[in-house]
Design a protein around this ligand. Structure first.
Ligand code: ADP
Ligand code: ADP
Ligand code: ZN
Length: 215
């Protein structure tokens, strides 16, 4: 059998990055995340697409979505180069969901459910390793030594868009665009909702069981 195709849905701060890492290890699949791919290419020249801005940076710093033409291309290339994958941060609107449907098939679509107030606390307290991308939280998942990555010793930093103002805008953008994505998958056999407000280990237990049932 080929490796599983897993999609992780959920608002910013739901725990997609945290859980995707575990999925990638446990099921031996590649972690494909549009957020990391875009952060690594923030100043990529997209002026030939004749959009409002000439690089992804302006969209990201405002908490807005980067245009579909840019993101679809990134995902297409990444999925072509992966055997199995866990995809996170995409699709974020209905057009992206329809595009994804035209290029691949999904075995599992897991949606992490978390309340808005909890999301604000998680995102404003999030710290990420500048070297390996590992996720921490100042209160909920602190590193052993302040500001230092447990995995690689790298420096922990706060993302530019994890300030309260941008966080609230990202959550609004999610509400507006991504609910139709969840409606798109709801009812499919691959679809499952997971209570994302539990501890990371409890979320993982539910998620692992849901994936095992479907692959
Ligand atoms: P996403 O990729 O969905 O934006 P992350 O995995 O980066 O979310 O998690 C956001 C923040 O919340 C991080 O600081 C992470 O350490 C923390 N976190 C993740 N899962 C949980 C959880 N189940 N309970 C409490 N905090 C969590
Ligand atoms: P989080 O899940 O914590 O919100 P991400 O790292 O997934 O954050 O995304 C950060 C930013 O990258 C988004 O606010 C948006 O500007 C851009 N981005 C990521 N994925 C997409 C996507 N599928 N479509 C459009 N923009 C995206
Ligand atoms: Zn690290």
């Amino acid at each position: 059998m080929s490796q599983p195709h897993i999609l992780l849905l959920g608002p910013p701060g739901a725990g997609k990055g945290t859980q995707s890492k575990r999925i990638a290890d446990r099921f031996d699949v590649e972690h494909v995340t549009t957020g990391d791919a875009l952060r690594a290419n923030k100043d990529m020249d997209i002026s030939d697409l004749d959009l409002e801005h000439d690089t992804p940076r302006e969209y990201m710093e405002a908490g807005e979505l980067v245009p579909d033409a840019v993101v679809n291309e990134i995902v297409k290339t990444a999925l072509e180069n992966a055997d199995g994958y866990v995809l996170d941060g995409y699709p974020r609107n209905l057009d992206q969901a329809e595009y994804l449907d035209s290029i691949t098939e999904l075995d599992v679509v897991a949606s992490l459910d978390v309340s808005t107030e909890e999301l604000v606390d998680r995102l404003t307290g999030r710290r990420v390793c500048d070297d390996c991308g590992a996720n921490y939280h100042v209160e909920f998942a602190p590193p052993e030594a302040d500001g230092v990555c447990d995995d690689c010793g790298g420096e922990l930093v706060q993302r530019e868009d994890d300030t309260e103002e941008t966080v609230r805008e990202r959550l609004r953008v999610f509400e507006e665009n991504t609910q139709p994505v969840i409606d798109f998958y709801e009812g499919e056999e691959a679809f499952v909702t997971i209570d994302g407000e539990q501890t990371p280990d409890e979320v993982w237990a539910d998620l692992e069981a849901a994936i095992e049932k479907r692959v």
